[in-house]
Each structure stands twice: as C-alpha cells, then as structure tokens.
Write a protein that binds this ligand. Structure first.
Ligand SMILES: Cc1cc2nc3c(=O)[nH]c(=O)nc-3n(C[C@H](O)[C@H](O)[C@H](O)COP(=O)(O)O)c2cc1C
Ligand code: SF4
Length: 464
C-alpha cells in the first residue's frame, strides 16, 4: 500500500503538478535502494503483469494512449505492435537513457532518485514484448546514474525480479547498463543501436523505419525513452483506460516539463499533458519572468524544436486563435502551432537575449554533434555555424542571414536521420521570425560572441 508522500523542504511539488513518475523525486526520507522501493509497493505491478497475457499488457498500453516521451511522441503500444508476428529471432528492449537534447533534464532524476521504477517498467515491458535481454544505453556524462542503476539491477537480481524464472513465473530476463562515449547522435535510436553493437554510431538508412522490425543484431528491437518505460508500471497499476483519463484526448497521461532560461523558478514540473498552458507554466509554475523583463521567445520542446515568438498568433484548423501564452502543453497543439512538444525541454527567453547569440550557440552545438555521414548535414551544420559565427563576430553582411536560411533549407528532408531536421529547424525558425533583428546585428561594431573556441574546448573536456 502506497504511503502518503512528504517532500524535502523547499522541494514540494507545485499544486498544479500531478506527480506520477516523479512521485519519489525529492521525497523526504526516500533513497534509491530496493528496500525503500519495496516499502512503497515496489514491484507489485511486475507481479501483477506476470499473471497477465502478454497481449493484454500491450492492449493496456495501447488503451492508455501513452506517447513516447523521448521526442517524437509516437504511441508506445503501436510501436510495440510492430514486432513481426512471425518473428523467430530474439527480441530486444533498449532503454534510451542518452538524454542529450539540450534543455532536457528529466531522465537523470528518475535514474538518480528512483532507479527501481525504471527497472520495474523495463521488466514489465520485456515480458510484454517477449524480450529476454534489455539494455539501458546511458550517456557517458551520467557516471553517477550508471552506478546507481548497476546497484539497482544487482538488488533486483538478488530478489529475483531479474534473472531466471522471475518470481517463479518461468520468465527469464536480464538487463545490462551500457555506457555511451558522449555523442548526441547516440540518442537517435539507430545510431544508438550501432553504438551498442560496438560500431561507429552512424544512424541507419530507413526503411525499415522502426527498429521494432529490424534493430539490434538485426533482430526486432523496441527502443523507448526512460520516462516512457516508467509510465508502463503506472498503466498496469491503473489500467489503460483509467490512465487515459489523465491529460487530454490523444495527449494522455502526465509528462515532465524541464523549464530553463529566463524565469524566476526554472526546474522540473510533472503535469497532466495539455491541462496547463504555456502562460501558466511561466507565470504559475515558474513564478513569472525576471523582474522588469518581457517575454521574447520560447523553444518549447528541446533545442531542435522551432522557436515561437512572443507576439505570434497561431490560427488552428479548428478555428481557435491562440497567443503564445494560451498554447496548451500537448503534442498536437504544439505541432499545430508550428513547433513540437518534443522531449519536454522548455526554454524561455526574455528581451535581454540577442537572437544572433542564441542561434550561434545552437549552431555550434549541432556542427559539433553531426556524425558526418551525410553531406548536407555534415557540411550544412558547419556552414550554419560559420555564418552565425560571422554575425556574432561583426563580420557578416545582412545577406548572410538569408544565406543561413538557404543552407538550412538544403539540409531539411535530405538526410539519413532526423538530426537533419533537428539542426535545420532552429535556424529556419529563428531566421523566419527574427530576420530583421539578425540583419540589424550584421554590422562591424557588433560583438555578440559568447560561444567561442575556448568555451567549446572546455565543454568538450579537452582542457582542465
Ligand atoms: C538526433 C536525435 C537525438 C535523439 N536523442 C534522444 C535522446 O537523447 N533520448 C531519447 O529518449 N530519444 C532521443 N531521440 C529519439 C529516439 O530516436 C527514439 O525515437 C526514442 O528513444 C524512442 O522512445 P520513445 O518512443 O519512448 O519516445 C533522438 C532522436 C534524434 C533524431
Ligand atoms: S543527418 Fe547528420 S547526424 Fe544524421 S546520419 Fe546524416 S550526418 Fe549523421
């Protein structure tokens, strides 16, 4: 039976939050040990799932309407259904713990503070999709989380929540932690799979579009985000239909928003999907903008999402006209407003921000992270960085802003993986929405450079 929850002083969730996945994050007296987890009803949903038909679990996940929290918002149950019914090869499950999208910082808290929630979600998911072997692919920059997970997996093995004949059910399952080497592209699921196979993480050519058809070791593989896999436990507990009552139609459940930038209280907030507007996120959850400042722009779903301008009006197909503050935080409305809810990383920019600096910062990141496999992305991301470098260095002409857009247009839709969109959408949207400001910055006396060689080298850990 779950006990009432108390949180650490100053870390209490906001009244508008609905804590499902983050229930144990910042909880007073809670630690990542299995003892704590078991005291609070841990692994009860695994016991329940092991008594269910596999197809019934998949149906519950479908009924829940859960959409992936890793970026694309693809329905999890539908993805699980892509494993070919005639398959005779081993099936694998991979937990994508790369969390490398700038602005996103939720998965690390789950792994640090509540690792058994992830392990339970993964074992249930393995059982449902028929996987006996699973991997947690974790980014190199999370060494502490990797250690915590290893410990949690050992604890789970000792109690037979993992291993052979789990709890006498006849189901065998193992989970291993695999550490990446620090590359954004290893978050892209086929790059991740190549890396897990010990190769250079070059994303694979599509089709097949889903590793569920052909993935790790050329076998059907389900890749899901950390947060997505944690939801599975709660779906088993509540039942898919009950879970689907959280959130809004087609945008069900809760999700963790990671808010950064120019607000009074940046941080993580778990909310029902679509039940809160962007304005409420800023003013109610985050305590408003900084004193005396005006909102200028928002990147709503991780750095790859298109920027929204504070004074834009969004006309939707259903006749609604929304201002930026009216947008409900859900997948569909954010897409209808021309951007995406993505990985939940909401970046707020006030009128102190120079857009030429912001786009230069983003371009530096993408130029550094392109895997280099396809020409438009490899060359284009570098040229976007060079051109935006020129702007912040006071060496650009206003025509360079248009050229920036041309280069971005030559990348979108012409690459092997969605990194092409991830790097071109920011540039396209910043130029479209802040063209005049960027052009006005193209003058010799302009010095907007904040990202320079020294900070990049230091960020890459090449100097002390
Ligand atoms: C360039 C790129 C980087 C990505 N990085 C991540 C990541 O760090 N974490 C993640 O869960 N998904 C990431 N994704 C999405 C994955 O490819 C995949 O769609 C996701 O892990 C599926 O899980 P979900 O259905 O639970 O969201 C990335 C995609 C791209 C194109
Ligand atoms: S789009 Fe970029 S990151 Fe993706 S495969 Fe091509 S070069 Fe690599």
């Amino acid at each position: 039976m779950a006990s009432p929850v108390q949180y650490l002083p100053g870390k209490e969730p906001h009244a508008r939050e609905h804590r499902l996945i983050f229930r144990n994050v910042d909880r007073a007296g809670y630690d990542p040990s299995i003892d704590c987890y078991l005291k609070d009803g841990g692994y009860e949903q695994l016991k329940k799932a092991l008594t269910m038909e596999k197809s019934a679990i998949i149906n519950e996940v479908k009924a829940s309407g859960l959409r992936g929290r890793g970026g694309a918002g693809f329905p999890t149950g539908v993805k699980w259904g892509f494993i070919p019914p005639t398959n005779t090869k081993p099936v694998y499950l991979i937990c994508n713990a790369d969390e490398s999208e700038p602005g996103t910082f939720k998965d690390r808290y789950i792994m640090h503070q509540d690792p058994h929630q992830l392990v339970e979600g993964m074992v249930i998911s393995c059982f449902a999709v028929g996987a006996k072997l699973a991997y947690i692919y974790i980014r190199e920059e999370f060494p502490m989380a990797a250690k915590i997970l290893e410990k949690a997996l050992n604890e789970a093995r000792e109690k037979n929540f993992l291993g052979n004949n789990i709890l006498g059910s006849g189901f065998d399952c193992e989970i291993y932690v695999h550490r990446g080497a620090g590359a954004y592209i290893c978050g892209e699921e086929t790059g991740l799979i190549e890396s897990l196979e010990g190769k250079r993480p070059y994303p694979r050519i599509k089709p097949p579009y889903f590793p569920a058809a052909l993935g790790l070791y050329m076998s059907p593989t389900i890749v899901n985000n950390v947060e997505s896999l944690c939801h599975v436990k709660h779906i088993i507990q509540m039942g898919g239909a009950e879970y689907a009552k959280l959130g809004t139609p087609n945008n069900t459940g809760t999700r963790i928003l990671c808010v950064s930038g120019d607000v009074q209280k940046p941080g993580y907030y778990e909310v029902e999907v679509g039940k809160i507007t962007m304005g409420e996120v800023i003013d109610v959850l985050c305590g408003g903008l900084k004193p005396g400042r005006k909102l200028k722009a928002i990147i709503p779903g991780g750095s790859s999402a298109k920027v929204l301008r504070a004074d834009e009006k969004f006309k939707l197909k259903d006749g609604r006209e929304l201002g930026i503050m009216d947008i409900p935080m859900d997948f569909d409305t954010m897409a209808a407003c021309g951007s995406m809810a993505g990985s939940g990383g909401v970046m707020i920019m006030d009128d102190s921000r120079k857009m030429s600096w912001v786009i230069n910062n983003l371009n530096a990141f993408y130029a550094h992270e392109s895997c280099g496999q396809c020409t438009p992305c490899r060359e284009g991301s570098l040229w976007m960085r060079k051109i935006s470098d020129r702007i912040v260095d006071g060496k650009a002409s206003p025509d360079d802003v248009d050229m920036l857009e041309t280069v971005a247009n030559q990348i979108e839709g012409k690459t092997i993986c969605a990194f092409g969109e991830a790097c071109s959408w920011p540039t396209q949207s910043f130029v479209k929405k802040f063209r005049d400001e960027l052009k006005a910055d193209c003058k010799p006396e302009f010095t907007g450079r904040i990202v320079n060689e020294e900070t990049l080298v230091a960020a890459a850990g090449l100097v002390a």
